[in-house]
Design a protein around this ligand. Structure first.
Ligand code: SF4
Ligand code: SF4
Length: 437
């Protein structure tokens, strides 16, 4: 694992200090302090690489105050690879252990080393959570005031936990599904949070691929993609999980490998870079990167069939429903997929797509940012939900489970229950439009 001092120095010195990234950076916008913006953070990383400053606690906290939203990368005229810099800087913070505390270590071990490396165990925990949520125990605990005994950080998070689905992806999707005369062969990645909390999005992804002539392979047990690990300084586990993915899916067997989650997809399409020094996997990882596609990107690439139903049923309550679209940072800034989800939404019969202000501004979800930086995450959530509600749309479409949850929670508290728009994924709407034909 390379340190900041060992990494390619040309990446570190690429910043020309122009400041064009600053107005796009949500954390700089919060404080207007140089160190809370990309230019300041890059200067800090370079100072560490040059041996001018040490990796201190303040440095570590700064690296985790960053959302990792990559808005600065889109804005940067010099092509600074901020994502690579941040990944290396956080890995160095973890290697030196400067933020370590018994509580933080325990949480990291539980999440990064235990749960998000064992998909069967994660599903077991999901089942237990579902039981808690649906058996009446959760509401009983809430009525009795039990959550008040929790530490403040957990008490705040308790109502925001995702509603676990009754069925996970492997109970909704067969390992191989094919239309009458398949023209393409694809694999679908079901994810971790998506599998537990939004398995219907995975089902809809398979449905739209089938409707467009694809034979779809969906292994019932899939490893985590490793994005959570890479974004939190655990590159060794991220590499291990990438190897597991490559063992499960041979890219040569498929026309495309499909991701429907912005945050996962942005990491998944960089396996070539992650495993570039691994002689056993480097070639396969490079082939994987070429095959990895976001679902919207792939549907537009194969010129998806436009649905012909007069109206999409179920999710669209009004005669002429209005939809607005929130861009997942890692789908837009990380994968440059922005026009394609809109092309899908515009293809829905009888629907108006109404743009919201700051559609590309981070909603504050940012992986585990709601846990590590709750106050900033709250302010970003409020700012986002205000813009979404101002459109008057009855549906908010987005394509990342973290954003999905953050928007649902924000809209639930900002709007009255009756007025809160439904949050969903563009492929769910497309699948419904096909089903309504
Ligand atoms: S990743 Fe986002 S929060 Fe971090 S420096 Fe770039 S724009 Fe700012
Ligand atoms: S836009 Fe790019 S080159 Fe300019 S200050 Fe920001 S990171 Fe540096």
């Amino acid at each position: 694992m390379k340190t900041l001092a060992e990494m390619d120095y040309s990446v570190l010195q690429q910043c020309m200090h122009c400041g064009m990234c600053l107005p796009t950076c949500p954390t700089y916008d919060e404080t207007k302090l140089e160190r809370h913006g990309p230019r300041g953070r890059i200067a800090l990383m370079r100072a560490v690489a040059d041996g001018e400053i040490k990796v201190t606690r303040a440095f570590g906290e700064e690296m985790y105050y960053c959302l990792g939203c990559q808005a600065c990368t889109t804005a940067c005229p010099a092509g600074v690879d901020y994502a690579a810099l941040l990944e290396t800087a956080r890995a160095e913070v973890e290697r030196q252990g400067i933020l370590d505390t018994p509580k933080r270590d325990a949480i990291r071990w539980l999440a990064l080393s235990l749960l998000f490396t064992r998909p069967r165990l994660l599903r077991l925990v999901g089942r237990a959570l579902r039981l808690w949520q649906t058996s009446g125990l959760q509401s009983l605990a809430r009525r009795s005031g039990l959550p008040n005994l929790l530490p403040p950080s957990l008490r705040r998070l308790e109502p925001q936990a995702p509603a676990i689905r009754a069925k996970f992806s492997h109970q909704l999707i067969r390992p191989v599904e094919k239309p009458a005369a398949p023209a393409r062969r694809v694999a679908v990645l079901t994810g971790c949070v998506q599998d537990l909390a939004f398995s219907e999005i995975n089902r809809a992804t398979v449905d739209v691929l089938l409707a467009n002539g694809c034979e779809v392979h969906t292994p019932p047990v899939q490893p985590c993609c490793g994005s959570l690990h890479a974004h939190n300084g655990d590159l060794a586990t991220a590499r291990l999980l990438a190897r597991h993915q490559l063992d499960l899916f041979n890219p040569d067997d498929f026309d495309a490998i499909i991701s429907n989650a912005g945050g996962c997809g942005s990491h998944l399409r960089a396996y070539g870079h992650l495993l570039r020094d691994d002689p056993a996997y480097a070639t396969r990882a490079a082939a994987w990167d070429r095959k990895l596609k976001d679902i919207h990107e792939y549907l537009v690439e194969i010129d998806f069939r436009r649905p012909s139903a007069p109206q999409v049923s179920g999710l669209l309550p009004q005669p002429s429903p209005t939809i607005t679209y929130h861009e997942s940072c890692h789908l837009f800034h990380g994968q440059q997929v922005s026009a394609q989800p809109r092309a899908i939404l515009r293809a829905l019969p009888g629907v108006e797509l109404r743009e919201c202000a700051e559609a590309q501004w981070c909603c504050g979800a940012a992986g585990i940012y709601t846990i590590t930086q709750p106050d900033t995450a709250d302010r970003l959530q409020t700012r986002k939900t205000g813009h979404l509600l101002a459109t008057g749309a009855s549906i908010v479409a987005t394509a990342n489970p973290g954003c999905h949850l953050q928007l649902e929670n924000g809209l639930r508290s900002a709007a009255t229950a009756a007025a809160a728009p439904t949050v969903t994924h563009p492929v769910v709407l497309l699948a419904r439009a096909y089903a309504a034909e």
